[in-house]
Design a protein around this ligand. Structure first.
Ligand SMILES: C[S@@+](CC[C@H](N)C(=O)[O-])C[C@H]1O[C@@H](n2cnc3c(N)ncnc32)[C@H](O)[C@@H]1O
Ligand SMILES: O=C(O)C(=O)C[C@]1(C(=O)O)C=C[C@@H](O)C=C1
Length: 247
């Protein structure tokens, strides 16, 4: 596959039956465009990862990027920190994503320690890590699997380690939620998506991307062992949290 990135036009023609959304070759080919036009604040979240790592990461510590897709989180760290500062391990279920992430790292940051593997993040035996990133990935796991994963990640973190958790969210209040979702659709329209694309993608993501409220996220983080967590970023129905393992 070429390394070119295409404009996302996946839902731009009417479909008789909208299939469940999956991270297949078609999505991989246009993923950078899709995620930038679909996730409010995606660039800002990526930009903060390096600054968070500079403040919290022990020199040379392992960093996991779970559901790393094309490795944007890894590239953000490599752009901010020198080689040797961290040992990156990106994991993703999609072989097409992993293959492209490997090429990108070889081309863009050959001096940095960047490893990418195909794996189901629910089944990994995690080694000790200083920072774990879960950017827009937990939302794709069945809700009943989320607690066990976070408890496992808490155990893997070194004392003083941090978890960065970025997610699409839902509001408990139906009016607040409706306002946020409507403005999110305005955001997508402003980024060039048609009403049909917005509606078909929404159908494809039903029961595939299942968002939690911010309250549910913080309660889960606490149940998993994290004594302290906070929402450091929010833009419409997307947010990023940080959770701290006491040092
Ligand atoms: C929205 S993307 C994540 C974006 C990425 N973190 C970034 O910042 O660009 C979600 C990713 O999670 C991966 N994924 C979903 N379920 C997974 C699982 N059980 N184990 C590993 N990866 C998974 C998908 O293949 C997809 O690449
Ligand atoms: O387009 C949407 O409605 C989204 O929720 C965006 C979203 C995500 O949040 O993960 C959904 C699927 C793609 O991976 C990229 C972005």
């Amino acid at each position: 596959m070429s390394d070119a990135s295409y404009r996302d036009a996946i839902f731009s023609t009417p479909l008789d039956r909208v299939a469940r959304f999956s991270f297949d070759e078609k999505v991989v080919a246009c993923f950078p465009d899709m995620i930038r036009r679909s996730v409010p604040g995606y660039g800002q979240v990526l930009g903060m990862l390096g600054l968070i790592a500079e403040r919290h990461l022990r020199h040379g510590a392992r960093v996991y990027d779970l559901g790393c897709s094309l490795g944007a989180g890894g590239l953000a760290l490599a752009g901010a920190l020198p080689p040797g500062a961290f040992d990156y391990v990106g994991l993703d279920l999609s072989p097409a994503m992993v293959e492209r992430a490997r090429h990108t790292f070889a081309d863009e940051c050959p001096e940095h320690a960047m490893q990418v593997e195909v794996a189901d993040i629910r089944e990994v035996d995690y080694a000790p890590a200083g920072m774990i990133m879960l950017n827009f990935t937990l939302q794709f796991l069945p809700p009943e699997d989320r607690d066990a994963l976070l408890a496992r990640l808490y155990r893997a973190l070194e004392p003083g380690g941090v978890l960065v958790l970025s997610e699409k969210t839902v509001d408990a209040d139906e009016y607040d939620n409706a306002w946020r979702v409507e403005r999110y659709h305005d955001f997508k329209r402003a980024n060039g998506y048609s009403d049909m694309e917005i509606s078909q993608k929404r159908t494809a993501l039903e029961n595939v991307l299942v968002p939690d409220t911010l309250e549910a996220h913080h309660a889960r983080l606490e149940r998993s062992g994290f004594a302290r967590s906070l929402t450091w970023f929010q833009y419409l129905n997307f947010a990023s949290m940080i959770a701290f393992k006491e040092g």
